[in-house]
Write a protein that binds this ligand. Structure first.
Ligand SMILES: Cc1ncc(COP(=O)(O)O)c(C=O)c1O
Length: 468
């Protein structure tokens, strides 16, 4: 009676990434009302600079009242429905994007398409660039939402580019070639590569060499590159961020060549400004046909005129954006340092990172075996025993078990300290168990019987997920 798209599995919501959020919702930590509840560390939200945004709003109340130069523009905004977007907002947005790249590149507002967040931008690009059952190559580990955003409604396939811890998950030519070949063996025509730079979940930026490698590969195979740069304003340490558009522009011989029209940027204000609820994203492309088609498609997910009005006012205030970006960088760096030093004290290492709202944490030594089953056991222990929702690497399609993404910018310093303390206690208890029981096997048996109890809990939440 219903289409195949409404079946629960096609959406990807049954992944441990989304299940963890559901478990958190059932028992959320609150310092006073639920001190033993689950701490949410699986959500890449940036809540560190709300005070700056709020103080800007306070001193710019005219904007909130739909006024401009003392006159009401309420009616104008209420009636505005041009899917090309407000010119003032698009100008402010392209200038902000240049600022994020140290003003090394300029963006043309006519090549920009507004979308309801990066979610919509990525899906729209898939509709524009590929047919159903054509493939995009995506380096692993990747943002779990891509299984929904790139595939669900478009029918596009993702073929992973397997990256490994042996070279800190960098993209190398043999991995690209292997993914391309795998796609062909599966019968998929490869239409492009989608990268996330800075990476979610790694928290690293791509090197110029990696970007050049991707460009060369895309030229050789005559395919597209989509670069999701949603975290470009979260870079808090060296090396600085290089956008693929910079690398491309620097190769002067490539300007106005085929590849010039096959590189597309995705961006959104969800992470850098911490405004995922405002649903502001965009596609930037030199390809006029893509821009024209995506603009028409944006009718299905426009950014409201009142949001455009508010943010054009905020982003065109250069004094504000400069201060915001500097402070955001400082606060993110401090948070990340807190998390990695806390974990390191317990002998847990993170991948060296310079960006993002999370760390990619190596918990391989806590696994009972080098398997994804053991990773899931540890994840369940973390959520039900330790009281932390963190994302297992398998939900990001990591090829090696034992890596977890831990977010640090959506909670207070006190909560982060508590989370690290909980990990410390967990490691202490586990070590004591090994010492008391004598062997690791006995300890694991004890852990397993506990886990069996949790599995039944998890089963009920899976049943819940099926009903969504
Ligand atoms: C890499 C990446 N792309 C896209 C999104 C979706 O962002 P938006 O809120 O702009 O739709 C996220 C959100 O976590 C993300 O990490």
């Amino acid at each position: 009676m219903l289409s195949r798209k409404v079946s629960p599995d096609s959406h990807g919501q049954a992944s441990s990434y989304f299940l963890g959020w559901q478990e958190y919702e059932k028992n959320p930590y609150h310092p006073v009302h639920n001190a033993t509840g689950i701490i949410q560390m699986g959500l890449a939200e940036n809540q560190l600079c709300f005070d700056l945004l709020e103080s800007w709003l306070e001193s710019n109340s005219e904007t909130l009242l739909f006024q401009q130069n003392g006159e009401s523009i309420f009616r104008e905004l209420a009636l505005f429905q041009d899917y090309n977007g407000l010119p003032a907002f698009k100008n402010a947005l392209v200038n902000f994007m240049s600022e994020l790249r140290g003003n090394r590149v300029n963006f043309d507002p006519n090549k920009l398409v507004l979308t309801a967040g990066s979610t919509s931008a990525n899906e729209t690009l898939m509709f524009c660039l590929a047919e159903s059952h054509e493939a995009f190559l995506v380096p692993t580990p990747y943002y779990p939402g891509f299984d929904r955003d790139l595939k669900w409604r478009t029918g596009v396939e993702i073929v992973p580019i397997q990256c490994s811890s042996s070279n800190n998950f960098r993209i190398i030519m043999p991995a690209l070639e292997e993914a391309y070949q795998n796609a062909q063996e599966l019968g998929f025509n490869v239409k492009g590569i989608l990268i996330t730079n800075p990476s979610n979940p790694l928290g690293t930026t791509m090197t110029n060499d990696e970007l050049n490698l991707l460009i060369d590969f895309a030229i050789a195979k005559r395919i597209h590159i989509v670069s999701d740069e949603i975290y470009s304003g979260t870079v808090f340490d060296q090396p600085s961020f290089t956008s693929i558009i910079e690398t491309l522009t620097d190769r002067h011989n490539l300007q106005n060549s085929d590849i010039w029209n096959r590189v597309h940027i995705v961006y959104s204000l969800s992470k850098d400004l911490g405004l995922p609820g405002f649903r502001v994203g965009m596609i930037y492309s030199n390809n006029e046909t893509v821009v024209a088609a995506a603009t028409k498609m944006s009718s299905f997910g426009l950014v409201s005129s009142q949001t455009q009005h508010l943010l054009s006012s905020m982003l065109s205030n250069k004094k504000f954006t400069g201060k915001y970006l500097k402070e955001n960088e400082k606060r993110l760096r401090k948070r990340k340092e807190m998390l990695i030093s806390g974990l390191l004290n317990e002998g847990i290492r993170c991948l060296k990172s310079n960006a993002g709202l999370f760390c990619w944490v190596d918990m391989r030594q806590l696994l009972s075996s080098n398997t994804f089953e053991a990773e899931m056991e540890l994840w369940k222990m973390m959520i039900y025993e330790v009281g932390l929702n963190i994302s297992p690497g398998s939900s990001c399609h990591c090829s090696e078990p034992g890596w977890f993404r831990i977010c640090f910018a959506n909670l207070s310093e006190e909560t982060l300290t508590l989370a690290v303390n909980r990990i410390r206690n967990f490691i202490y208890t586990t070590t004591t168990l090994i010492q008391d029981s004598g062997t690791q096997d006995q300890m694991l048996n004890a852990q397993r019987s506990q886990i069996n109890k949790w599995i039944s809990k998890l089963q009920s939440s899976r049943d819940m997920a099926d009903r969504y």
